[in-house]
Ligand binder design. Sequence first.
Ligand SMILES: C[S@@+](CC[C@H](N)C(=O)[O-])C[C@H]1O[C@@H](n2cnc3c(N)ncnc32)[C@H](O)[C@@H]1O
Length: 289
Amino acid sequence: MSALKKTENFGALMDFEEIPLTDKMFDNFSKRMYELAGVDLPPTPKNHALIRNRIVKLLRRHSLKTYEAYWSLLEKGEPRIVSEFISALTTNMTSFYRESNHFDFLKQALPELSRKFGPELRIWCAAASTGQEPYTIAMTVMEALPENQTSKVKMLATDIDLQVLKKASVGVYEEREMQGLPPAQRQKYFEKVKVKENEAWRARDGLNNMIRFAPFNLMNPQYSFQHKFHVIFCRNVLIYFDDPTTKRVIDNLASCLAPGGYLILGHSESGNVKHSGLKPLSRAIYQRS
Ligand SMILES: C[S@@+](CC[C@H](N)C(=O)[O-])C[C@H]1O[C@@H](n2cnc3c(N)ncnc32)[C@H](O)[C@@H]1O
């Protein structure tokens, strides 16, 4: 009985994976992703496989049999379906202390920023994914500033993908997601919890309370925040954008920085920064003049 079931399931899986994704459907999905999120997926075999593999999961979820049927569903524009589509096609890879020189830089810059701007510093993490990056920033704040100042620091962590944002705001990580976090920091800033009988780690309140999580699409034509930020992290997301989009995003980010504030991009993303108001300091770190 169980062997039969397995064969049946395997058969069903094979059926799904054999559903052809035509070039026309590939174009539809990639164009829609570009319009919605700025993510540029040119027609390469790799992107074809990426869209097919990720959308096939949505076909299963909605019990649909063809990409065309899923396209019709997406075209209705229901926010939940659109959000799920964006979530399926974004790449959310991240880790604690990724590109760690940026946190060394932040640690030494924070006391100076606090002397210059006062203790109410504002930091924006603009593509926060599942949260390892904003929590690393929060730990760096805790280590760089005296205790009576850390509660005054405000951090905004945003992402277009509502699913990862939800995970980030909960701040619970399985062992494999704790990669990059040194044991001392793990003990100090995280507590052990059980998730479905498995051991996991939750960010302690001191860390979590520093951060406000909110959705934000970097494609918004203008960024309007009440106050300027003193530091903006926008790392490893520009690589998914084309040159005109990258330029627009950099201009918008620069407009949100206080003079003397810092913009920090991903290591591989500094090639396209041409902005007269941003002075390069060191690897993918810029200061607003
Ligand atoms: C590869 S992750 C990088 C995460 C983190 N910044 C890091 O460096 O580890 C890229 C993130 O950018 C987000 N993203 C993609 N397009 C976006 C957009 N238009 N607006 C905001 N976030 C976006 C994705 O959802 C994803 O979580």
